[in-house]
Write a protein that binds this ligand. Structure first.
Ligand code: RFL
Length: 426
């Protein structure tokens, strides 16, 4: 027997994007049905990101979604770039006028948001895989096994292998970088105080803070390398060799808790909106982890979508919904460009030759520019820390329940009305 439900907004996926949207929409009185294919436990234990941008932290705090982060997170405002034995500190907090990251693990944020979504009246339904979205231009339907949800709008937050692939095939621009990153969750003997990026002739190495005695370690490896090829000793030795003398000042890497391979690719879909289906987060774009942007852009998308949907249900004009795809594409490309620029700095090009010293020295020079007060340092710091604002600077908006009957289809196009830029520098 098929369970038939209706909702104002159907959300697919209980990652950061789907959960933030469900919390904000639910708190504003919008009737949300969030479907997640995996179990609550699986979702709450997925260790991935850990650096939350300044603007995203402000947004979460402004909506009462940051209690865990404020209680257990740690602020970080500098990173180190290491090259040829030289370590250069980039004090992006000072360079950006006070913006910093919060270090708070993605799985902790997800756990907090699951609880908040339930409290806001939008508890995720776990173990419910959506197989298809139909009627995207009218009243979209989410179809799952024994389940059908009729919605006014759908928010697809289902990660990189999104249902959007079948809704709109061939509309993604993607690039495969000519290397991969080994990614390992590691134990460290003391907390990591800032991100370290090391450029080396053998390849890039990085160490990113997570809370307490945990860190995330990255190593550049050849494309399609396999995790099984790497022993814990091999990972530690490669990291030490690439970090060079700077490794002495870093927390010692102990147990390797979890190893995986990140296939390094970037992707942006041409349109983050298909009729009444909005895409948010990794469903709309995939970023390499170089600039720690994926989770942050996912929350920014969710904030923008929630604002638009709330305005649509509130007054039926959808003024804030118009332009969603354009705004999200603009920001996705800006962030992709930043992440790509950072990758270019951190990796030697293929064919660097047997003597990479010229290219390494060049990189040191670029790093110096980024760490110095001035336009280059300020621009880097602004993008790195996310010192602008999330796309909903005006605070929460209430929505009378069930206003959809009055809502009209106007405002569904991607208008060109004035909108604040995605990043508003201080
Ligand atoms: P998610 O988190 O992938 O969530 C998608 C959810 O949708 C569910 N789903 C479905 N549910 C129902 N029906 C279907 N048909 C479904 N298909 C999928 C999935 O089970 C899942 O629960 O996407 P979202 O919300 O867009 O969030 C994106 C972020 O998770 C991602 O960008 C970041 O984790 C990327 N990332 C980092 N981002 C940062 O901002 N800072 C970092 O430091 C950072 N480090 C990382 C990262 C990603 C990593 N990996 C493993 C990819 C480190 C790593 C190792």
């Amino acid at each position: 027997m098929t369970l038939r439900l209706s909702a104002q907004v159907g959300v697919v996926g209980a990652g950061p994007a789907g959960l933030v949207a469900a919390c904000v929409l639910g708190a504003a009185g919008v009737d949300v049905c969030l479907l997640e294919k995996d179990s609550r436990r699986d979702v709450e234990e997925r260790a991935r990101a850990g650096l939350i941008e300044h603007r995203v932290a402000e947004y979460l705090e402004g909506r009462g979604l940051a209690d865990g982060m404020l209680a257990d997170g740690v602020r970080h405002a500098w990173c180190d770039m290491v090259c040829e034995g030289h370590r250069l500190r980039i004090d992006y907090g000072a360079l950006s006028g006070g913006a910093a990251h919060w270090v708070y693990p993605q799985q902790s944020l997800v756990r907090d948001l699951v609880a908040r979504a339930a409290a806001a009246g939008s508890p995720p339904r776990f173990g419910r895989r959506v197989r298809a979205v139909t009627d995207v231009d009218d009243r979209p339907r989410l179809l799952g096994d024994g389940l059908e949800v009729v919605c006014d709008y759908v928010l697809c937050c289902d990660g990189p292998h999104s249902l959007a692939d079948s809704l709109s095939p061939g509309t993604a621009r993607a690039f495969r970088y000519p290397y991969d990153w080994l990614t390992a969750l590691v134990a460290v003997d003391r907390p990591v105080e800032g991100v370290t990026y090391a450029v080396h002739a053998d390849g890039f190495a990085g160490l990113m803070p997570r809370t307490g005695h945990r860190a995330r370690l990255y190593l550049q490896v050849p494309c399609e390398d396999r995790a099984e090829r790497w022993t814990p000793d091999g990972i530690r030795a490669a990291f030490r060799a690439r970090a060079g003398a700077a490794a002495d000042g870093l927390p010692a890497v102990g147990e390797i808790l979890d190893v995986g391979m990140l296939r390094m690719r970037g992707m942006v879909r041409d349109r983050a909106r298909l009729g009444r289906v909005l895409l948010a987060g990794d469903a709309a774009h995939v970023l390499t982890p170089s600039g720690a942007k994926g989770l942050n852009l996912a929350v920014a998308d969710a904030a923008d979508a929630a604002r638009g949907l709330i305005s649509w249900f509130r007054d039926g004009t959808g003024a804030d919904l118009a332009g969603y795809a354009r705004r999200r594409a603009t920001e996705a490309w800006q962030v992709q460009e930043f992440a790509d620029r950072l990758l270019t700095l951190l990796h030697l090009p293929e064919g660097a030759g047997s003597d990479p010293r010229f290219l390494l020295r060049l990189r040191r020079e670029r790093m110096r520019h980024l760490g110095r007060p001035g336009p280059q340092g300020a621009e880097f710091a602004h993008w790195y820390a996310g010192s602008g604002r999330a796309p909903d600077p005006r605070g929460p908006v209430g929505v009378p329940a069930r206003m959809t009957d009055r809502a009209e289809l106007s405002g569904h196009g991607e208008g060109n009305g004035p909108h604040p830029p995605p990043f508003v520098p201080h």
